[in-house]
Design a protein around this ligand. Sequence first.
Ligand code: UD1
Length: 342
Amino acid sequence: MNKKGVLVTGGAGYIGSHTVVELIGAGYEVVIVDNFSNSDASSLDGIAKITGTKPIFVEADCCDKEALREVFEHYDFSSVIHFAAYKAVGESVAEPAKYYRNNLLSFLNVVELMKEYHRPNIVFSSSATVYGDAEVLPVTELTPRKPATSPYGNTKQMAEDILRDIVSANNELRGIALRYFNPIGAHPSALIGELPRGVPNNLVPYITQTAAGVRECLSIFGDDYPTPDGSCLRDYIDIVDLARAHVVAINRMVEGKSEECYEVFNIGTGSPVSVFELVQGFERANNLKLNYKVAARRAGDVTAVWADTTRANEILGWCAERNLEDTLRTAWAWECNVRKEK
Ligand code: UD1
């Protein structure tokens, strides 16, 4: 079995494409499976330009088990990173069945084929959403998960549980769930980044599109939260730092260092940042003024969540390195690049 081979589902997407770049940089041989449901081929060109390597690409939907089986038949890899999933919280509330079907079926197909083809290692993309509105901050991996507030969040909790049960029942398999906090920014080359379709749901793409004049005005959802400046607190993690966490997780499994068959790690910076602070940081980093106003709270938002990253620091030897303003410069450089191409 090719220990250096990694299958990356959703590898053309935002987190996937950055992770592929870091994997290639670390000497891994990558096979990408993506159906372009929320991405396009431009990210594959970006990966090739940055790394000088064109990864193998198969256009397929992970819900199509036979199409995925072909990939397991044809390519040799010991590890899988499973990103392929829908991620819009609001849409998941409106169309729950679509989310449960897509996110759970694709995940089950991947783990069943791993078992069948004896591919031992999987990293699963989980989310800080599993903590909900936590009572004690920062959250550690032992902080009890709260009932999910959206079908999207529920698919993450359910997939974590399914993974834990499957690897416990099969001593050939090992799994690591990475709970991401809020990924932001882009590769420093500005050749890959986040490409939201339609109106962005997330804060940083909305900010960059507002700065670019695509959106008129950013709404800050709520200034009456019980926080120092009244806006919500989050843990914004640079996308390249986040991508590197996947490489160290894969290294750990490939080198046989994981002590447990199932491990969970928070991947964040450990520092809370308010929406106002993020906006001001963006203005300072890029020397521009943003048009914004305070609006009503957004349904479903938690007041505050940030990570205790001790486990990732000590066990994975990983920590976030890039500072917030540098990250916000990459976000703006990427937005400018996207606009130039259009
Ligand atoms: C959400 C999900 C998270 C998911 C992430 C990426 C929940 C609770 N959160 O995180 O699981 O991984 O998206 O898709 O399910 N904001 C504004 N104006 C805007 C947009 C956002 O003020 O136009 C504020 C929000 O109120 C929030 C902060 O910015 O306080 C971050 O929002 P966002 O980027 O959407 O991420 P989360 O909601 O934290």
